[in-house]
Ligand binder design. Structure first.
Ligand code: DGL
Length: 273
């Protein structure tokens, strides 16, 4: 069986890249719902609906385990998927997200003033704050949504002056508070990590998710040998998108670097409409 990786679009390839680099032996199926990206400005109900459709599709592709490589889908939908949807429809399959691995890392480091940036839906869900507070109840968590960053990063005509202005505006409040760490709670932000670090200052530890999620998956599989044993290890990679838009090749190269293999992408329909 395969490991499925789902994102609202192609940004999840930043996390997928880390999985390929750190756990290359498994068979992976990536699904990007790029016809309906961004999810970040949508309601929780719609994101949950879209996420369920993606999960159904990936389970039909023989996935034993799915990683929601999307902060927006994880923060709005993972809990309900794990508590309600899986027990009812797929009791022997698993879905994991990106929040727990990152918040566990933060707990290990015992940060005190933690900034979190992400899409509107991620920030409004309060999921990162809730999860961090479980283990670091005294930590101060400051959240900031950055809705302009995803379209900026996906736009082909990137302009560094514009980015500087946007970051200055979004990070000003966090900077004033002297945070000690900043979580990049969005798949895309990894691409502009250097610029974010420059704006927030060298004293702040900027935390991106890829490697942390890969390490966590490794330890999960070590602890759950019943699942691990079902996974095929033939290094097969299959990519599904919901729109073979003009930009997908460029974005695939941007997010996946040298692992990009555009030839193996198929377009599919996952909605029931
Ligand atoms: N993948 C989303 C995330 O990590 C960003 C793009 C979107 O808004 O759908 O939050």
């Amino acid at each position: 069986m395969n490991i499925g990786v789902f994102d609202s679009g192609l940004g999840g390839l930043t996390i997928f890249k880390s999985l390929l680099e750190n756990l290359p032996e498994y068979n992976y199926i990536y699904l990007g719902d790029n016809a309906r990206v961004p999810y970040g400005n949508r309601s929780q109900e719609i994101i949950y609906q879209f996420t369920k459709e993606a999960i159904d599709f990936l389970f039909k592709q023989n996935c034993q385990l799915i990683i929601l490589a999307c902060n927006t889908a994880t923060s709005t939908s993972l809990h309900k998927i794990q508590q309600e949807y899986l027990p009812k429809f797929y009791p022997d399959r698993r879905v994991l997200g990106v929040i727990k691995p990152v918040t566990e890392k933060i707990t290990d480091r015992n940060f005190k003033k933690i900034g979190v940036i992400g899409t509107k839906a991620t920030i409004n869900s309060g999921a990162f704050t809730r999860e961090i507070k479980k283990t670091l109840p005294d930590a101060l968590i400051l959240q900031q949504s950055c809705p302009l960053l995803v379209p900026y990063i996906e736009d082909s005509g990137r302009n560094d002056k514009v980015l500087q202005l946007i970051l200055k505006e979004y990070l000003a409040g966090l900077k004033k508070e002297n945070i000690d760490s900043l979580v990049l709670a969005c798949t895309h932000y990894e691409i502009i990590k250097k610029e974010i670090q420059r704006e927030i200052g060298p004293q702040v530890e900027v935390i991106s998710e890829g490697k942390i999620v890969a390490d966590k998956l490794r330890s999960y599989l070590t602890k759950h040998l019943d699942i691990e044993k079902k996974l095929e290890k033939k290094k097969q990679r299959t990519y599904f998108v919901t729109d073979l838009s003009q930009d997908f090749k460029k974005l695939m190269r941007l997010f996946l670097g040298s692992h990009a293999n555009e030839a193996s992408i198929k377009q599919i329909k996952i909605d029931n409409g």
